[in-house]
Write a protein that binds this ligand. Structure first.
Ligand SMILES: Cc1cc2nc3c(=O)[nH]c(=O)nc-3n(C[C@H](O)[C@H](O)[C@H](O)COP(=O)(O)OP(=O)(O)OC[C@H]3O[C@@H](n4cnc5c(N)ncnc54)[C@H](O)[C@@H]3O)c2cc1C
Length: 492
């Protein structure tokens, strides 16, 4: 396929005391998934937007390659779905899950949606680059290459940013609102939130060529020992493979330990159709790794600024939910900002925008908790009681298909952003596990195992729910009614 992209978006020339001289309403730090989508949608709403991005060349990275159908729907709401055209993106209709020689094939429950709606896999850099290009077509959006070094704070209000251009110039830019979207390694979030980052594991990534997935257009998950292995088609000729490796056990890539681990521990567990290409990819040597982290959102309301995207909140990428949360946040933020025409009353704007953190909870918490659960159950080597039984019960429950797998997949895919549904679904898996354990007759040993299973399963979910914030997550309606509030500049 032909793909004609400019490798670099033209960066507008910066004047050294750019007090956002053009009078930007909004500065966006970082043009990744969240920042580029925000730039376009806020620009479309008529805001003057100044985006400062560290590297405007097409990114080459191994994150954000599987967009869930729920995220695709958000992309449509933002008018950005065309950014997936002409980048050789591949449709994804569900998952094939492998466990100890057995496998089950699960489709996303998409019967009620337009036939175009599905998941998509692609090269993240191509997607992000297309969104940047689309934002840059708007005359009121200015994309500039530069690294933001700090936020400008005056009397507790953020007034803008200091940044350094690629030519080494130090520049100051002011705007009434600064949106910080500098991703999971954010160095700006510390002053705007109380981040509690948990390092969970690493994804070790390879690209497989010259092979086909056993189920075309399905993500493949091998529930391996000691941890899961993922495969999905990121272009018509390439399959991404991710191997999850515990954070304390990452073999060295440089001295060949990693290649040895992949050949001896991982290769024997993968579907035979992929084996030769997997070995060839190891031999080719382009093995990359990324840390997998989890960080619940803990923002500190600060006038003049907001955190969005991974800088605000991250979760384990095993369920591929990060971009869906980021795009959903962008939609919520845009809608909340729409009635405010003048952004200069920073305190009033800040008060108005606080409901964002509650409004985002249904989607963000559902995806965060499901990612945490899936990782706890299938990922981590664990000391949780009865984990083997919990794992098997989950696999068998999904294998039932129909409503059982539909509900689980609708939750993971962002089609069903209801934390309560997630909790009920999890409870029904636990009941299913108990029912199986007690058959054909209960015995004292079996009852003991059931108690351990309940303790383990509900221990996991309650810990994760607690980290998300119970009341905000389960009862958001009691905490905010943004539509009845007067936005600051509509008050006479
Ligand atoms: C291994 C891995 C795999 C993943 N796989 C998936 C997946 O399959 N599906 C999915 O939905 N999600 C996935 N995610 C998560 C997903 O990548 C993120 O949720 C998503 O990219 C968040 O978007 P963002 O805009 O917040 O951050 P990013 O997309 O990372 O963008 C941040 C941007 O800020 C720029 N920047 C940083 N610092 C500065 C600075 N000081 N000044 C100026 N610019 C700056 C960076 O250059 C970058 O362009 C994965 C994550 C990991 C770690």
């Amino acid at each position: 396929m032909t793909r004609k992209h400019d490798q670099c978006i033209k960066s507008s020339t910066a004047s050294s005391a750019s007090a956002s001289a053009g009078g930007a309403d909004i500065i966006i730090v970082g043009a990744g998934v969240a920042g580029a989508a925000l730039a376009y949608t806020l620009g479309k709403d008529g805001r003057g937007v100044h985006v400062i991005e560290r590297e405007l060349r097409e990114p080459d990275r191994i994150v954000g390659e599987h967009l869930q159908p729920g995220g695709y729907l958000k992309l449509i709401e933002l008018g950005l779905e065309d950014c997936l055209r002409d980048i050789d993106a591949q449709p994804v209709h569900g998952y094939a899950i492998y466990k100890e020689g057995k496998h089950t094939n699960l489709s996303y429950p998409l019967h009620n949606f337009h036939s175009d709606v599905s998941g998509r896999c692609f090269h993240n850099g191509r997607f992000v680059h297309r969104m940047r290009q689309k934002a840059a077509t708007l005359s009121n959006v200015r994309l500039e290459q530069g690294t933001v070094t700090s936020l400008i704070e005056e009397d507790g209000t953020i007034k803008g940013v200091h940044y350094k251009t690629d030519k080494g110039e130090q520049i100051t830019a002011y705007a009434p609102l600064t949106l910080v979207c500098d991703g999971c390694f954010s160095n700006l979030r510390r002053s705007l939130s109380s981040p509690q980052v948990e390092n969970l594991s690493f994804f070790v990534g390879l690209v497989l060529e010259n092979c086909d997935l056993p189920y075309a257009n399905y993500g493949h998950v091998v529930l391996g020992d000691p941890s899961p292995i993922l495969f999905y088609q990121i272009s018509s000729t390439e399959i991404r493979c991710f191997v999850d490796i515990h954070r304390q056990k990452l073999p060295s890539i440089s001295n060949g330990e990693m290649a040895h681990y992949l050949k001896t521990v991982v290769a024997p567990q993968i579907p035979p159709q992929l084996h030769d290409s997997f070995i060839a990819a190891i031999k080719k040597g382009k093995i990359r790794s990324m840390p997998n982290r989890s960080m619940p959102s803990r923002p500190r309301p600060t006038p003049g600024t907001m955190l969005l995207g991974d800088a605000l909140n991250t979760r384990h990428p095993l369920t591929g939910g990060g971009m869906t949360v980021a795009l959903s946040d962008v939609v919520i933020f845009r809608d909340l900002l729409r009635p405010i025409h003048d952004l200069h009353d920073a305190s009033a704007v800040c008060n108005h925008l606080q409901s964002f953190y509650t409004l985002r909870k249904p989607m963000a918490s559902t995806i965060n908790i499901s990612a945490g659960l899936v990782y706890k159950v299938f990922g981590a080597s664990s000391d949780i009681p009865a984990m083997k039984e919990i794992r098997q019960a989950c696999f068998d429950y999904l294998s039932l298909g129909g409503i059982f797998s539909d509900t689980s997949l609708s939750i993971v895919s962002g089609l069903n952003p209801r934390p309560l549904c997630l909790f009920l679904n999890f409870s029904s898996v636990a009941l299913f596990a108990i029912y199986r354990l007690l058959l054909p007759f209960p015995s004292p040993q079996k009852l003991c195992l059931v108690a351990r299973l309940l303790f383990g399963a509900f221990g996991i979910i309650f810990r994760i729910i607690k980290a998300e914030g119970v009341s905000q997550m389960l009862f958001p309606a009691t905490l905010c009614q943004p539509t009845t509030e007067q936005p600051p500049d509509s008050v006479n």
